[in-house]
Design a protein around this ligand. Sequence first.
Ligand code: GTP
Ligand code: MG
Length: 196
Amino acid sequence: FNYQQATFLTSAPDIKALPADSGIEVAFAGRSNAGKSSALNTLTRQNSLARTSKTPGRTQLINTFVFAENKRLIDLPGYGFAKVPLAVKEKWQKSLSQYLEKRQSLQGLVVLMDIRHPLKDLDQQLVHWAVQSELPVLILLTKADKLGPGARKKTLLEVREASLAFMGDVTVHMFSSLTKIGMTEFEQTLDNWFST
Ligand code: GTP
Ligand code: MG
């Protein structure tokens, strides 16, 4: 698919404000600052399609992008960021879990984790939930440029091994928005999901 065609569709504070629930959607989820918006920009080869930031918690709405008829990419708010007020945090978690539970067009979940801190509690809960819901998962180990070749390969193999415990359709690849390592595998997985 030509992800370069992606354009911004809507920013939704809750699932009621999302586009009609038809077609196929793939969502990007993960801890705050994991690199979700950056991965989306790299995939679509557009530097500022999704807003990125050094400040965790930048993406606070469900941002939707369309790249082909009825085919969308979804940038979700990050979880696990301690420094936002509790009320705000609860509101995000609520719209996030509602989205994940209710959205019929959701056909695959990309769970992004900083390769230096993979599989935190909330990441594991999310992957576990997705497997229970029979949703395929791509774990993308982001910022792979931050580690040397040996260290990142080691982490990749460890996370692959650990992910067997989820007993579901869970694929693990490394990725870097900076060096584009893992781009081919990332695109292939999405192509598969959007082809079904
Ligand atoms: P929230 O929207 O706050 O949940 O964050 P996010 O997951 O969308 O992260 P974002 O893409 O905004 O990236 C967070 C920070 O990490 C930014 O400063 C990015 O420049 C940086 N970053 C993202 N991807 C990479 C990468 O592959 N390599 C390096 N070195 N830095 C990256
Ligand atoms: Mg973001």
